[in-house]
Design a protein around this ligand. Structure first.
Ligand SMILES: C[S@@+](CC[C@H](N)C(=O)[O-])C[C@H]1O[C@@H](n2cnc3c(N)ncnc32)[C@H](O)[C@@H]1O
Length: 444
């Protein structure tokens, strides 16, 4: 029996529903328990009852789309999805649909990954200030670097120019960029700010830009996910959970081919599980020779669930500006050190055990380690009188990527790009400079 388009659409919708991505409600509430268990095992307990695993474990669908099925098993998901009444009923009526299950699950996992939680909308401004402090000022220094690059690309000529900033929040990146430009250029600048966290942009980033000399009427806020640009420009279908949401389609269309530089700094690819529509939209918006300057955090934990320290030590994740190798090991232990120390308040004893265990294990799985060591680590925390951090600061749940994954995606989309760099790298040390990469892409 042939499957008609309506039945197929219903089936796909039911599978998206089974994966909790059909509505805006939180994934942990919207997804049946047996399926939620696969993607984010501790999330049903909530931030306090399941502390700290709720915060420490990634929601696996939010890992880079090209890596998700290294962390979750397709067969397990398919088996659970088939048990859901909505899906089961459709398959009973149209057994042929079973052949399309795998494809439907892949599409639904992608929708689940794209679904933005309220996480950023709710995060207070001081959240970013805390990260800056915990990262010993590195995020600001990366933002300053971004500014230096844009200023040097713009050169001496002063003319009307448009900068679009993805993931503005309180303005750390875009303000640093504008700050590096001469006053005459600031006065001729159009600035477009795209962020789901519209309130924080309005209250902090915009007044700061005005204070720096950008005319208020030249600043435009698009309070949406950058995926709206992809929907607007025909690079992807509108996700089901956004069916009732304003997408600002015309605002994005008007910008096509008009943007001189796009910036994105610090966790702005959190929701960008699928880089293809994201980068294709960036390319459409840029003028010819326009640039995208992106910096972010990333280590091997986004590549596969288990790592081998010997291999991590041999392979570069990138290079410092002077050409010193930053190994995957440098990035891995630096990132975990950042989380364990700053986000969870664990003392040196915990970091030392973590590093020892990474080194002596043939195969090391950080999730397993966390599960096995949490009770002890929590005790170590209590001993030094540190409090629990159950807020967004401790939420490790992102689509962090390695710079090479970003580089490959940029090349695949036809950008002219050089290898990413780690501008603040400190190979051999436990330092977030070993996790913060930067890449410059040019539209040819
Ligand atoms: C850590 S903040 C970075 C803020 C700023 N760039 C800085 O360095 O201070 C990350 C921001 O990215 C935003 N964001 C993440 N994914 C996004 C997406 N797909 N589209 C738009 N904004 C996004 C979040 O809402 C958040 O405000």
């Amino acid at each position: 029996m042939r499957i008609n388009a309506r039945t197929r659409a219903k089936f796909r919708g039911a599978v998206v529903g089974a994966l909790g991505a059909r509505t805006k409600k939180p994934l942990s509430r919207e997804t049946p328990k047996s399926i939620q268990q696969i993607f984010h095992p501790h999330s049903r307990g909530g931030p306090m009852a399941a502390y700290p695993q709720y915060q420490m474990f990634h929601e696996l669908s939010k890992l880079p789309a090209e890596r998700v099925f290294r962390f979750v098993k397709m067969d397990q998901i398919k088996a659970e999805v088939l048990k859901q009444p909505g899906v089961a009923k459709l398959v009973a009526k149209n057994p042929e649909l079973a052949k399309e299950l795998e494809q439907a699950v892949k599409a639904a996992v992608r929708e689940r990954g794209i679904k933005g939680g309220k996480f950023w909308i709710k995060a207070p401004k001081n959240y970013i200030d805390k990260i800056v402090r915990s990262g010993k000022g590195k995020p600001n220094a990366m933002n300053d670097k971004t500014g230096e690059i844009i200023a040097s690309i713009f050169g001496k000529a002063i003319k009307p120019r448009t900068i679009l900033d993805i993931g503005t929040f309180s303005g750390g990146t875009v303000n640093a960029v504008v700050n590096k430009l001469p006053m005459e250029q600031r006065q001729l600048l159009n600035v477009v700010l795209v962020d789901v966290a519209g309130k924080t942009v309005r209250e902090h980033a915009i007044p700061a830009l005005v204070a720096l000399g950008v005319p208020r009427q030249n600043i435009k806020l698009i309070p949406a996910s950058f995926y709206s640009a992809a929907v607007s420009l025909g690079e992807m279908k509108r996700p089901l959970h956004e069916s009732k949401q304003k997408l600002f389609l015309n605002q994005f269309k008007q910008l096509v081919g008009n943007v001189d530089a796009i910036t994105a700094g610090a966790a702005t690819i959190n929701f960008a599980t699928d880089l293809k529509p994201y980068l294709r939209s960036i390319k459409s918006l840029l003028k010819k020779d326009g640039v995208f300057v992106n910096w972010d955090w990333g280590s091997a934990e986004s590549m596969r669930p288990t790592v081998r320290s010997a291999a991590l030590k041999k392979v570069p994740i990138g290079f410092s500006p002077e050409g010193r190798m930053v190994s995957h090991y440098d990035a891995y232990v630096s990132f975990m050190n950042f989380w364990l120390t700053n986000a969870f308040g664990y003392p040196e004893t915990v970091i030392n055990k973590f590093i020892k265990d990474v080194n002596v294990s043939r195969k090391f799985n950080s999730f397993k380690w966390l599960e096995e060591n949490t009770a002890w680590a929590e005790n170590e925390r209590r001993k030094i009188g540190k409090r629990k951090v159950a807020g967004p600061l401790a939420f490790r749940n992102r689509a962090y990527r390695t710079p090479s994954a970003m580089y490959r995606a940029a090349v695949a989309q036809g950008f002219e790009t050089e290898r990413p760099v780690f501008p603040l790298a400190k190979p051999g040390a436990l330092d977030t400079g070993n996790v913060n990469w930067m890449i410059i892409m040019k539209k040819k």
